[in-house]
Design a protein around this ligand. Structure first.
Ligand SMILES: Cc1cc2nc3c(=O)[nH]c(=O)nc-3n(C[C@H](O)[C@H](O)[C@H](O)COP(=O)(O)OP(=O)(O)OC[C@H]3O[C@@H](n4cnc5c(N)ncnc54)[C@H](O)[C@@H]3O)c2cc1C
Ligand SMILES: NC(=O)c1ccc[n+]([C@@H]2O[C@H](COP(=O)([O-])OP(=O)(O)OC[C@H]3O[C@@H](n4cnc5c(N)ncnc54)[C@H](OP(=O)(O)O)[C@@H]3O)[C@@H](O)[C@H]2O)c1
Length: 882
């Protein structure tokens, strides 16, 4: 108490020996009560302790706010996770069933996310903050404003002139400067654990928020700058008070600065300034990154200790700071130990480094590149994550971040790792020298590696099949995007996405770093709509450069060149998606870069606008949204049903079909169901498997409706009637195909009549540009009336020309007349092209009307919608019209 009293006397102008009792105050010295000082000093002490108590409350609010934000974020991302790529499967490999609706919540979320990305992700004030997003700067600004307000509120800004004991001519000036200086000091202390948390690699914040640890680096750095300012202001404030405003001088100042707590205070302030100087870009450049890193850790720990020594009442902030730091280190050690806890050669378990194969790509001008490949028994990491590698033959005290360039998969209990890195000045240079030495003696050179990690964010999880992917990389930076592409080519192809890789390299030879991986991508270029564009920036561009060193790879059985000397030689496959080119754009002065603005604009132009045409397939009576359009590669014989394609293997007998028509109950795909019952393995669902590839700009839909119950289909006011189906189709068109793209209908049999009606009922019928009818009888001279036509359609459905049954069908000629006339009218006024295919075999064809082009297909009514391959005459005819 005596020692404390001595220290307190100088610090708090209180006479502890005269204290009747001491009042505890969190974060500050105890207060003597009742006050035994002069009235002015007592009033000042009220202001000091009041401001301190408020300051501690504000700090509690600050931390509660931080916890609250992190908690809400953490709960929110679990409650409303973004759709994951592996949870969304492209419907029918490119063809959607029209009835599938997209959740509105998801659309809203995507729209908001898109706005967020647009306005918050661009760089903010690059000259001040460097390459950092507006979002990060916004968070920093909010924190800075918060601290600025909390620094100033609750402080009594007043001046007290008080007597100095034993002097009649000297006065102390007491003011709001004391409590204000304390406040900034307290805030600096309170921010220390946050600063440590933001710097952790085994980041608690990352676990909770899903944000990678590197993203917190900017805030860590700027929080450090704020703490330097706060520490400096605290020091300046108290220096003015103790050196200038308190009397007598210089005794007061000397007594003040020689106290132990003040010595720690000075040490803490000097450390803070040193840490700041070493952390500036200038400091890092001067001392080297590795020195900066190690010095930063050590100095920060000593700083925390010095802060504790300066003001132990605030150890509540220093203790968590130290704990967090040790937790980070501990977790790192444990994770590394776990990764390397493997079977040793003598079959016992123990710590084992990985043996990595070495390859070297010499480059005298730009620095050699080393490739490392190894397999390790561990769990797969996530695409986008990186490891810190420690090369034991270099230094066991260093580890450096590198991104594996391969796709992370566990095969036979091990995961392959492949890395490339450019030899720079430190560890990478050492490894390059080592590799050169080892490779000079053996081609199977290896070195041992210790892995730490993985760290960082997964970047491929949210790439659902409708997300377009543009990868842009320079040099070895390609390691970050390669796994994304390698992963996408392993997944089913999606027609809803374009994928493009733009890779800038200095020399054409740099392709060899990742030859194997590029081969895999190029082979999938057509099926997955991938464009690979490689720009060579530092080799003379010339259209006459010899092609002899151009690499060739096998692509779908052909040998095609993939590299060329100029953009002229860029390869274009049968489709644009196949574009693979290597362009030399550099030249004298090497000043040329790929025009990224143009590249991005082109990519966005090709994707944002999306498909330029919508093709909708509508099946006929007893048809099915998929089976109707599925041709059998093995079987050219007719099937038993109208056009549903159930074919010879159908277990439904004709007797059952008849039962269904006359009211027998059997479960069927309902109208608009997206039931895509399995087809035979030899079936080709040609809209998806052929047409979607041949017309890549088309978005293809199939419309499913219940055409099983024929009774009443040609009457009015029946839920299963033609006009009801037409209305349903019109509504679904509006709801689901919500873009401005032109529409083409391909309709089979009765589907044609539904389409005619749907066009008329559709709110934006002007979008319809073409209707292709397959075997749809229009009212023509060969049909006496609608009843006959209906009978014909029904007989097609049943493969039965039992006229007795047909007579039982009701036909409302007025409805059919109206549909026919309004369609002819619409076709004329809206310039809708009509192309009718009629069966050339089997059932007699109807004749053409004035508005249509009529063509005959060499198939019967049932088979005309079923194409088996690209050489099929039916496919050539129909796709030719489309
Ligand atoms: C997340 C991440 C992934 C990376 N992946 C790859 C990769 O796949 N291939 C590749 O070639 N390079 C990669 N790098 C860069 C690579 O880590 C550095 O080139 C390497 O650490 C340099 O080591 P050095 O001792 O030879 O560096 P030095 O010659 O001492 O320094 C060269 C430069 O490297 C930077 N650097 C040095 N050490 C580190 C470190 N520990 N962390 C971050 N930067 C450092 C410094 O800014 C310095 O300017 C990656 C960097 C990061 C941050
Ligand atoms: N974070 C990660 O996962 C990760 C992974 C690997 C590598 N890296 C980093 O990526 C960098 C790659 O270095 P490197 O030596 O391998 O590369 P490099 O050989 O210098 O290749 C970079 C290429 O990109 C071109 N380029 C540079 N700026 C461009 C711009 N603004 N627009 C268009 N093209 C541009 C360069 O052209 P010019 O040379 O003609 O200017 C060069 O052709 C290193 O800093 C490495 O640390 C990061």
């Amino acid at each position: 108490m005596a020692e404390v009293g001595h220290l307190q006397h100088a610090r708090h102008i209180q006479d502890m020996s005269a204290a009747k009792s001491l009042e505890p105050h969190w974060g500050y010295a105890e207060r003597v009560v009742p006050c035994v000082n002069d009235p002015g000093s007592c009033e000042y002490l009220d202001a000091v302790y009041g401001a301190n108590d408020l300051g501690m409350i504000y700090v509690a609010i600050l931390w509660a706010t931080l916890f609250g934000v992190v908690f809400v974020w953490s709960v929110g991302r679990r409650l409303w996770p973004s759709p994951r790529a592996d949870a969304v499967v492209s419907a029918n490999a490119g063809v959607e069933v029209l009835t599938a609706s997209k959740p509105k919540g998801l659309r809203l979320k995507r729209t908001l996310a898109a706005y967020g990305r647009r306005y918050l992700l661009p760089d903010a004030a690059k000259s001040i903050f460097g390459r950092i997003t507006r979002l990060q700067v916004l968070i920093l600004a909010i924190l800075a404003c918060y601290l600025l307000i909390w620094t100033h509120v609750g402080i009594v800004y007043k001046k007290w002139v008080t007597p100095v004991k034993g002097y009649t001519d000297l006065f102390n000036i007491r003011s709001g400067l004391g409590p204000w200086s304390n406040r900034v000091g307290v805030l600096a202390y309170a921010l220390t654990p946050l600063s440590v948390m933001l710097a952790s690699r085994e980041s608690l914040l990352s676990v909770l928020t899903g944000v990678p640890y590197q993203s917190f680096n900017f805030l860590h750095r700027w929080l450090g700058y704020i703490m330097v300012i706060q520490g400096s202001l605290h020091t300046i404030g108290w220096s003015i008070i103790e050196i200038k405003l308190y009397q007598p001088q210089p005794e007061t100042a000397r007594n003040w600065i020689t106290q132990l707590y003040m010595i720690w205070g000075v040490v803490a302030m000097l450390l803070l300034l040193l840490i700041f100087a070493l952390s500036t870009p200038w400091g890092i450049r001067l001392t080297g990154f590795e020195f900066f890193r190690k010095a930063h850790y050590i100095l920060s720990m000593v700083y925390i200790g010095a802060c504790w020594g300066h003001w132990k009442q605030l150890r509540c902030f220093m203790l968590p700071s130290l704990l967090l730091w040790f937790l980070d280190r501990g977790a790192r050690l444990i994770r590394t130990a776990l990764i390397h806890h493997q079977y040793l050669p003598e079959k016992s378990m123990g710590f084992k480094a990985v043996s990595s194969r070495l390859a070297r790509f010499p480059d005298n001008e730009n620095g050699d590149v080393i490739r490392m490949d190894f397999e390790h028994s561990q769990e797969a990491w996530k695409i986008g994550q990186h490891f810190f590698l420690c090369f034991t033959e270099g230094s066991i005290w260093q580890s450096h971040p590198f991104t594996p360039l391969n796709s992370p998969e566990v095969r036979d209990g091990v995961v392959a790792h492949s890395y490339i890195f450019r030899a720079k000045g430190g560890e990478t240079k050492k490894m390059n020298e080592l590799a050169a030495k080892k490779l000079a003696t053996t081609a199977d050179a290896t070195t041992s590696v210790i892995l730490q990690g993985p760290y960082g964010e997964s970047i491929a999880e949210k790439l659902t099949p409708d997300v377009n992917v543009l990868c842009v990389a320079g040099g070895t930076g390609v390691t970050y995007v390669l796994p994304v592409l390698l992963d996408l080519v392993q997944k089913p192809a999606s027609r809803d996405r374009n994928i493009e890789l733009i890779w800038a390299v200095r020399r054409k030879d740099d392709i060899r770093w990742i030859e194997k991986e590029l081969d895999i991508i190029w082979k999938a270029a057509v099926s997955h709509r991938i464009g690979v564009h490689i720009f060579v920036t530092r080799e003379q561009s010339s259209k006459t450069t010899s092609l002899q060193d151009i690499k060739t790879i096998e692509k779908e059985g052909d040998i095609q060149e993939v590299g060329s000397a100029s953009s002229d030689a860029s390869l274009k496959g049968a489709q644009t998606a196949q574009a693979v080119d290597v362009q030399k754009i550099g030249g004298e002065g090497y000043s040329q870069h790929p025009n990224l603005r143009e590249v991005v604009n082109n990519f966005v132009g090709n994707t944002v606008r999306g498909p330029t045409v919508v093709i909708i397939f509508v099946h006929g009576l007893r048809g099915h949204p998929q089976r109707t359009w599925s041709g059998d590669t093995n079987d050219s014989t007719d099937s038993n049903e109208d056009n549903g394609g159930r074919g010879a293997d159908s277990s439904i007998s004709r007797r059952e079909l008849l039962k269904a028509i006359f009211g027998g109950k059997r479960s069927r795909p309902t109208a608009g169901s997206n039931n895509t019952a399995s087809t035979r393995s030899s079936d080709v669902f040609w809209p998806a498997e052929l047409l979607s590839h041949d017309i890549p700009e088309a978005r293809i839909w199939t419309y499913g409706y219940n055409a099983d119950v024929i009774n009443g289909v040609f009457t009015a006011n029946n839920l299963n009637s033609v006009s009801q189906h037409g209305q349903d189709l019109a509504i679904k068109l509006r709801r689901e195909v919500d873009n401005e793209d032109p529409i083409i209908f391909v309709a089979h049999s009765l589907g044609g009549i539904i389409v005619k009606d749907a066009i008329h009922q559709s709110a934006d019928k002007a979008r319809t540009k073409l209707v292709v009818f397959l075997g749809t009888p229009h009212r023509g001279s060969s049909y006496a009336d609608w009843g006959q036509m209906a009978s014909r359609l029904a007989s097609l459905a049943l493969q039965d020309s039992n006229r007795e049954i047909m007579r039982a069908l009701e036909v409302d000629s007025e409805i059919l007349d109206r549909i026919h006339k309004t369609f002819i009218n619409d076709a004329h006024t809206l310039s809708i092209k009509v192309h009718s295919f009629q069966e050339g075999r089997g059932i007699t064809a109807s004749t053409a009307s004035a508005i249509e082009t009529v063509e005959t297909i060499d198939a019967d009514h049932k088979q005309m919608a079923r194409c088996a391959n690209r050489n099929d005459a039916r496919y050539r005819a129909i796709s030719g019209v489309l």
